[in-house]
Write a new protein. Structure first.
Length: 433
């Protein structure tokens, strides 16, 4: 049992957790006490959870037309003219589009990924998952989902429960929004990839772990499995590591949205822990610039052994155990991504959170699998190690912070090879994956 003293409304509240998330969005229990949630963000999942239960890491940006701070490239939103909605929709999508994300990370999304499968593990079910995904893909000119009427020039979408059956778990509004984020981001990064969605019966580690195993054993085997959830570390977490130990399959996990502090399963030595950035257009050669997102999770695990591939001075100087994160991508909701959800929401909106980043990286691993110049996740027992062997194929993020730890575990700075909020950096092509 772990106890936390949390200041709330001028009082001290004592909270306990055997293993799981505790506290509220505005009163964090992670070390460092990162920034309080922005008033124009709405976290999808509750952070007041019981032992061994996780929360999802999608964050909705409220009033995207006013609060989205990104800038679209010319022609990035189909049919978007002055004041005109795209493709007949009643709402013009704000948020970065597939074309913009592909450009920001220099990805071969139009030529790689065909025949590869990306799996996604989430809790509960989204009754509109396939129809919403079809809307997203149609809006941005991506290949349709295969059906009885469309059998070629399409991608397959498969939705199963945690044992691989077709009897899906009960619907859940919050997790349906997470599912929409995950499906849309995999589609944005690897539009030629087939998608397998495995829905656990609840948000417990046991059920999500069973879903992970189902995804890993699917035929054809997925290149990667994206996980957009996490809970507080606890001294029993290593018992769950077997759920994520699937050699040759890239298991990506969101690092969390509560600022400096470590979550599980991002802390597992078998996964690629994905941090977050703020992404903006820029006048540099890349056309984009990134800083560490102030709410991305990071730090030094209290329980997980340090992998041999993390033997670099910017980690070992500050951490004797597993350090988080490994790599990163856009996560700040204020510079977030366009998502379509009609079950919990009314259509187009903007999302952020390290959920977004985790699925971007999962899709990037799938692109690498079909690119001869990239290492491919199947070439490493733990694909996270590939980034440490190829740091030159990443955009290093050299500014920003997610807490007050006083070192690289929470501060991005020039002159270091790694930092907690963004890891080794963001994709610059697929050479690190």
């Amino acid at each position: 049992m772990r106890w936390f003293v949390v200041p709330m409304a001028g009082a001290l509240v004592l909270l306990s957790s055997a293993f799981g998330s505790v506290g509220t969005a505005a009163a964090r229990v992670t070390p460092g006490w990162g920034p309080v949630w922005a008033s124009d963000w709405a976290p999808v999942c509750s952070s007041s959870l019981g032992p061994d239960v996780v929360q999802c890491h999608a964050i909705q940006l409220l009033d995207p037309a006013t609060n989205w701070l990104g800038r679209h490239m010319p022609g990035a939103v189909p049919d978007k003219g002055p004041g005109g909605p795209p493709s007949g929709n009643s709402v013009t999508p704000s948020g970065y589009t597939p074309a913009e994300l592909q450009a920001a990370y220099d990805l071969p999304s139009s030529s790689a990924g065909s025949g590869e499968t990306v799996a996604i593990v989430d809790a509960y079910s989204d009754p509109h998952a396939q129809s919403d995904l079809s809307t997203y893909r149609s809006e941005f000119g991506l290949k349709p989902i295969c059906s009885k009427g469309v059998t070629s020039g399409c991608i397959t979408f498969t939705e199963v429960n945690q044992t691989g059956g077709t009897s899906l778990p009960r619907a859940n509004v919050a997790w349906s929004e997470e599912i929409s984020v995950d499906l849309d981001m995999v589609s944005a990064i690897c539009p030629l990839c087939d998608i397998l969605l495995v829905e656990a019966g609840s948000a417990s580690f046991a059920n999500l772990g069973a879903a992970e195993g189902t995804a890993a054993s699917a035929k054809p085997a997925p290149v990667s499995i994206g996980n957009s959830y996490g809970g507080s570390e606890g001294n029993g977490e290593t018992a769950y590591d077997a759920y994520y130990d699937h050699p040759g399959i890239a298991i990506t996990v969101a690092s969390g949205d509560d600022g400096y502090g470590v979550e599980y399963p991002a802390a597992s030595r078998y996964v690629t822990a994905v941090g977050g950035t703020t992404l903006n257009t820029a006048t540099n050669a890349r056309g984009y610039a990134e800083t560490a997102w102030s709410d991305a999770g990071s730090g030094c695990s209290a329980y997980e052994a340090q992998p041999t591939w993390q033997d670099i001075s910017s980690i070992t100087t500050n951490c004797a155990h597993r350090a988080v994160a490994d790599v990163s991508a856009v996560a700040n909701p204020s510079t977030g991504v366009a998502v379509y959800d009609s079950y919990g929401l009314s259509g187009w909106t903007v999302f952020g959170g390290t959920s977004v980043a985790a699925q971007i990286i999962s899709g990037t691993y799938a692109l690498a699998a079909g690119t001869t110049s990239s290492p491919s996740p199947s070439s490493a027992a733990v694909p996270a190690a590939l980034a440490y062997a190829h740091p030159g194929s990443l955009n290093y993020v050299s500014s920003g912070s997610n807490g007050n730890c006083g070192n690289d575990l929470c501060n991005a700075a020039d002159g270091t090879a790694w930092n907690g909020p963004t890891g080794l950096g963001t994709p610059d092509g697929t050479g690190a994956f």
